[in-house]
Design a protein. Structure first.
Length: 219
């Protein structure tokens, strides 16, 4: 397998990267730095590793943690290059005695029901100043990472009023059950778990829906 070949979700899980989780097409983690100075030191070390590898992650320095995501943008997927750099970053964090909390990561996308995404996609591309997904015609992306993905979900044509937008929340697989339970405890209901672990459809007390999703079962 070439270094630029996309890896499946199962491939990534089998790699044993305990500090990282794959959410959509990228590896994600959070390092609990505890203070800003340690965060800066970790970011500096990540920058050095990235330059050495000529492979550059997205890094978000916060107080008191650092969020990191890795994706091979030339193929818009996780590859062995990401796995290699992820291991190096984890080693650098360990040297600084910084612990990872990958279960704290999540990625939110907005889903819009439509019977003809080509009809409305240009409007949303213009309004949001987004870019077509490199591989999937049903998605618009902010490649700079500032806005959530807009995903056009196919539905049958209808005239009656109904909810057309919903949120998809991609989480680490071990977090999904607890997240669903918390939503139910907060007054929600499970609409269907037929497609678990790929996704579970939830609704609030007024029927507005959201999906808790994972990468399992999608390969």
């Amino acid at each position: 397998m070439a270094a630029s070949d996309p890896l499946s979700f199962a491939d990534v899980e089998a790699a044993g990267l305990s500090d990282w989780r794959q959410l959509f097409e990228a590896l994600h983690t959070r390092f609990l730095t505890g203070n800003f100075e340690t965060g800066l030191r970790l970011v500096t070390r990540i920058g050095e590793l990235a330059e050495e590898a000529n492979h550059h992650p997205d890094v978000d320095l916060r107080y008191p943690h650092v969020n990191v995501s890795l994706c091979s943008h030339d193929v818009f997927a996780v590859t062995s290059r990401d796995l290699d750099l992820a291991r190096q970053i984890s080693d650098a964090a360990a040297e600084l005695e910084v612990r990872a909390d990958p279960a704290a990561t999540a990625v939110v996308e907005i889903a819009l029901d439509t019977w003809d995404h080509e009809e409305i996609k240009p409007f949303w591309r213009a309004v949001l100043a987004m870019t077509d997904h490199p591989h999937y015609d049903q998605e618009l992306r902010d490649l700079a990472g500032s806005q959530p993905t807009l995903w056009f979900q196919h539905t049958e044509r209808h005239d009656e009023p109904r909810m057309r937008f919903h949120l998809d929340v991609r989480v680490a697989p071990e977090v999904a059950e607890a997240r669903i339970a918390a939503a139910v405890e907060a007054g929600g209901t499970v609409v269907t778990d037929e497609y678990a672990p790929r996704f579970v459809v939830l609704a609030d007390a007024q029927g507005n829906k959201a999906c808790i999703t994972t990468g399992r079962g999608r390969d």
